[in-house]
Design a protein. Structure first.
Lengths: 718, 170
């Protein structure tokens, strides 16, 4: 396949897998133009676009529009640029992009966001073009210096060589002249066959700093004159601060000020030790407001009731209703997934200085543009005067797409005359998250006369996150993320997806894969049930309805083959499988478990296969499968957030446990080599494991789990 | 004014007796490599060595220490990232977000000092740190590389490519 055809089909696939944002936004790719050069620091001699600077000494800096939160963006994104620029990846310096929606907005979102497994997909073309355009200008500069044709020169490892004469000039030597060269209009890209970096297991660029203590996260921000704050917000969602007696707090040595917000109190001190002591010494009275009696159990009943009404018809293909009216046999099941916290390792924190002439924010955020806009709005200042200084993120998982902690810090900082770093305690972080919504799903499959599945109806209720976060992403008034992957990848002639958006007192937010993670769980659990009911092998049962999805079938077969699917298992042990198709990628896994008589589940092995199209950083893909698997299994085995009296009952890792080293099984990830357009990999591992787990538990125990987390109580032998 | 011996240097600091060592390191002494994760000794992000023992600094009041006890933080584990554990970590690209990794590395270094031939069971018992990115298997592999004095390539993290598409040698 030639380059041009490959690119255009790649683009179509890219659009098809987009998150439903307006197609026009794709046109807003920022490509090399002269304007950006003015914004660059003077040290940069050559800054042909917003992503790249080359200094006179030859140092190459990539300004990464996507943040690094563990997913490897600071390696994969520079790889794309370095591939075309022809520089040594290890010598590239990576810099956080400043907040600038225009320069650094994601083409899929129309905003500067890192999430939805979309960074490589968004960067795939623009970053390579940015590198290629710069290389063309550097080669032109060399050719012009020597008075030869650019086509007689070649670039490699930061040096342009005139092939006939062997003359050489480094990028550093050429940088000043390259800046004056015309910006190329036509920027051809390498065919895949010529890739030297893309598709390799390059070393991560951020590892040295993450092994010697020099990596800087938001919590590590050091600003001259800075003080630190400990904060307590009303534990009841929607509650307010009624009054606070701070006399004892003020008496704590090192405490400087006590600052009140509508719904929180902050104690500012010279050091965290004093701030926390001060916070503990406050006597706070909360006005708990209308949600003081809210409970999760009551909420589940409300969701059930809501589903008796009419939902949003997100998809209605074929004639499901007629099928049922005609007497087709239906199999039905109800699934429930709990609210979940993100529990990033780095608790929420933000440092802010409010001056007369502007505001500085130091934090780790997945949404720098949003942070800038929301701080400006909260402080009633011009967004152009708000500078977001972004840091490495000690975990994102969607939590740092939210800017609540940043706005809160700004509201505290505006009341004091110095920069203040607000650090949430783990307890505050756990109890003031924006949670993965609780979902209730009612699934039905209509069977034909031979018992084959032909009609799938998926009705579910829960929060519509997009409606709050980014209404512009909704399509026909429907949350495109909530319904993502809700129809299943399977070939059923009749499909219905009906969504009942219902909101509650509990704030909800994106959580490693939200829509597809939720939908994949219920669909893959249900498929296993159907296979069992049909007395069919779960792999064969899926294969029969995957004829139109060869990539999906291929990963499923591969995972099954590598896992030894079908082998005889010891009593109390079992294997389960699941397929996930989302974010432009295909993944499948087989999980092996053992369940003891007390109902304790041990994970024995995870075997995964992934086809993410062209893998950019192969080891990064593998790492994300490992990572997503652990995050997803943690949620499936332990993730349970309970709400009573309008507040979250859990507070720290002792009562919101997570998987640790001794519980994590070997995870094998097999990467399918592919030349298709890149797909996302940050979340699909998380999506695939929970259903494979409950299916494995069924194989081991004969007990079907339709409610997460998996609890020993459900599996205990009588 | 009190004193602590951190990474071989005696440091003066001023803090209330009940201030956890973690915050003194991070704020009074400006060494931010040691992280706050939970504050209740659950997650291990704050792990440092005190006289060679892996210790969770978030619950250790600074008054419990004297200037003779040797505190080592991630910044002092080696001058140039050359400690075998750091090298193994780099060879296997262990970190993801990296926030827990200082604690992981300090816990692993203490384990390997005590048990140079650490087994899986030793690793399970000693490495109770939390990582939300799920780097556990690479942490284990890296520790084994050090324990066995092995080539990182033998750690079993080789990538399996399956299939091929015509025309690509990527």
């Amino acid at each position: 396949m030639d380059t041009q055809t490959r690119q255009s089909t790649g683009r179509r696939a890219f659009l098809k897998t987009s998150l439903g944002t307006a197609g026009g936004l794709v046109l807003s790719f920022y490509l090399p133009s002269a304007g950006a050069a003015e914004k660059m620091a003077p040290a940069a001699v050559f800054a042909p676009n917003a992503y790249l600077r080359i200094a006179a000494g030859g140092a190459v800096t990539v300004v990464c529009p996507f943040v690094e939160m563990g997913q490897g963006a600071y390696t994969a994104i520079p790889m794309l640029l370095a591939e075309e620029l022809e520089v040594d990846l290890a010598k590239v310096r990576v810099e956080h992009a400043p907040a600038d929606e225009k320069l650094y907005g994601h083409p899929l979102f129309g905003a500067q966001l890192t999430g939805a497994s979309a960074s490589v997909r968004g960067a795939w073309e623009p970053m390579r073009k940015a590198g290629a355009a710069a290389r063309i200008m550097l080669v032109s500069a060399a050719a012009s210096t020597w008075g030869v044709e650019p086509s007689s020169c070649a670039a490699a490892q930061g040096v342009v060589t005139h092939q006939a004469s062997g003359r050489k000039l480094s990028y550093g030597e050429l940088a000043a002249k390259a800046a004056g060269m015309p910006v190329p209009k036509d920027v051809p890209l390498k065919p895949a066959a010529s890739f030297r970096l893309v598709g390799t297991a390059a070393k991560r660029l951020d590892v040295p700093s993450k092994t010697n203590g020099t990596a800087k996260f938001g919590i590590d921000a050091q600003v001259p004159g800075m003080k630190v704050a400990a904060v307590a917000a009303c534990p009841v969602f929607g509650g307010k601060l009624a009054s606070v007696d701070d006399s004892k707090a003020r008496a704590v040595k090192g405490v400087r000020q006590v600052v009140k917000l509508d719904n929180a109190v902050a104690v500012i001190a010279d050091h965290t030790g004093a701030a926390r002591k001060g916070l503990a010494a406050l006597a706070i009275t909360w006005d708990e407001g209308p949600n003081a009696k809210f409970s999760g159990a009551e909420w589940e009943r409300q969701l059930e009731a809501a589903m008796k009404g009419k939902g949003q018809m997100a998809l209605n293909e074929g004639a499901y209703a007629k099928l049922v009216e005609g007497g087709a046999r239906q199999v039905e099941a109800t699934y429930v997934m709990p609210f979940l916290a993100h529990a990033t390792m780095e608790p929420m924190n933000c440092t802010v200085q409010v001056r007369k002439d502007g505001v500085d924010v130091w934090t780790g955020t997945q949404a720098a543009g949003r942070a800038q806009a929301f701080v400006a709005k909260a402080l009633n200042v011009d967004p152009a005067t708000v500078r977001i200084n972004n840091f490495l993120l000690g975990g994102g998982f969607g939590r740092r797409l939210e800017v609540d902690y940043i706005v809160q810090a700004a509201l505290i900082a505006r009341q004091v005359a110095y920069p203040v770093k607000v650090i949430w305690s783990r307890e505050e972080d756990m109890q003031h998250d924006l949670y993965r919504p609780l979902y209730r799903d009612e699934l039905a499959m209509a069977l034909d006369a031979q018992g084959k599945p032909v009609g799938f109806r998926h009705r579910f209720a829960g929060s519509a996150i997009e409606a709050r976060y980014a209404p512009m992403w909704m399509k026909d008034g429907i949350d495109t993320d909530a319904i993502d992957a809700a129809a299943s990848p399977y070939d059923f002639a009749h499909k219905v997806v009906e969504f009942h958006p219902v909101e509650t007192a509990v704030p909800t937010g994106f959580w490693r894969g939200v829509g597809p993670t939720h939908n994949t769980f219920v669909i893959e659990g249900f498929m296993d049930e159907l296979a069992v009911a049909a007395k069919a092998d779960p792999l064969a049962y899926r294969r029969a309805v995957l004829s139109k999805e060869p990539r999906a079938l291929a990963v499923l077969e591969l995972a099954a083959q590598k896992a030894g699917w079908g082998k005889t298992m010891a009593p109390g042990s079992g294997m389960g499988m699941a397929l996930a198709v989302a974010w432009g990628s295909y993944a499948a896994c087989v999980i092996e478990v053992a369940v003891d008589p007390a109902g304790q589940v041990s994970l024995k092995r995870v075997v995964a296969a992934i086809d993410c199209g062209q893998a950019v950083h192969t080891d990064g893909v593998i790492a994300q499968i490992e990572s997503g698997s652990v995050y997803g299994l943690t949620a499936a085995l332990y993730g349970k957030l309970t709400l009573e009296n309008g507040r979250v009952a859990q507070s720290n890792f002792h009562d919101y446990p997570v998987l640790r080293m001794n519980e994590v099984p070997p995870i094998e990830a097999h990467l399918v080599k592919s030349g298709e357009a890149p797909g996302g990999v940050g979340e699909i591992g998380c999506a695939m494991v929970a259903p494979a787990l409950v299916n494995a538990v069924f194989a081991a125990t004969g007990k079907r789990l339709r409610r997460l987390p998996v609890e020993a109580e459900q599996l205990k032998q009588a | 004014m009190a004193q602590l011996n951190v990474n071989g240097t005696t440091r003066d600091f001023e803090a209330e007796d009940d201030t956890p060592l973690l915050w003194v390191l991070r704020e009074q002494l400006g060494m931010t490599g040691t992280k706050y994760g939970c504050g209740v000794a659950q997650c291990g992000a704050c792990t440092v060595h005190i006289d060679g023992e892996a210790t969770r600094s978030c619950v250790l009041p600074v008054s419990a220490l004297n200037a003779k006890q040797k505190i080592v933080t991630i910044e002092g584990l080696s001058k140039d990232g050359s400690h075998p554990v750091q090298k193994a970590w780099a060879a296997l690209d262990v970190p993801q977000c990296g926030f827990c990794q200082s604690g992981m590395i300090m816990a692993a270094a203490a384990l390997l000092k005590q048990k140079p031939k650490a087994t899986d069971a030793d690793i399970d018992a000693a490495m109770t740190n939390i990582c939300r990115c799920g780097t556990y298997n690479r942490v284990r592999a890296a520790i084994k590389v050090v324990a066995k004095g092995a080539d990182p390539k033998s750690a079993g993290l080789a990538i399996t490519h399956v299939g091929d598409h015509a025309g690509s040698k990527a």
